[in-house]
Design a protein around this ligand. Sequence first.
Ligand SMILES: Cc1cc2nc3c(=O)[nH]c(=O)nc-3n(C[C@H](O)[C@H](O)[C@H](O)COP(=O)(O)O)c2cc1C
Length: 186
Amino acid sequence: MAKIVGLAGSLRRESFNTKLLRAATELVPAGTSIEVATIEGIPLYNEDVEAEQGFPAPVTKLKEQIVAADGLLLVTPEYNNSVPGVFKNAIDWLSRPAKDIPRVFGDKPVTIIGATPGPGGTRLSQAAWLPILRLLGTRLWSGKQLYVASAGQAFDAEGKLTDEKVKKVLTDLLSGFAKFVDQSSR
Ligand SMILES: Cc1cc2nc3c(=O)[nH]c(=O)nc-3n(C[C@H](O)[C@H](O)[C@H](O)COP(=O)(O)O)c2cc1C
């Protein structure tokens, strides 16, 4: 069975992006699974810490989850028209040491989705990820796009995705990405 690691870029308990990731685990097609990973516990990147103390346990854990997965699903919030610092910080840790980048990210099938209460649906944040993912040598899949705007209306009080249009796009997107992951891992 193909395995995708899903990573939401928010630490907020009620994060719309974490809720969107949870919805994705339920809508992914049979034959593919999504393992929910976390950026929780990853400290601010500091090269002194890396040199003197090595890699924090949450970084090593996340890195090995990505290495073991066939694909990576990034679920990104948008801060100030770009990638949130906490999310970028996690990827910065994962990109160290630089010689490890091909093992972790090289040719890794990746796709991006995101949610915001705002009107733009994280378009700018998703676009801001592109040069980062390119630098890391990932294999970006852009067959479908999902920009969840007005996220407050897309989930119910229990955090379940209830917006039927979003569910349909997410289901189709996951189906396309799963096929891409499957082809890439052969
Ligand atoms: C510092 C900051 C900047 C933000 N900038 C944007 C933005 O540029 N575009 C946007 O759509 N939402 C922006 N927001 C609102 C976030 O989309 C909102 O807080 C969202 O709930 C964050 O994602 P989460 O629910 O997964 O934590 C910003 C929020 C914060 C705290």
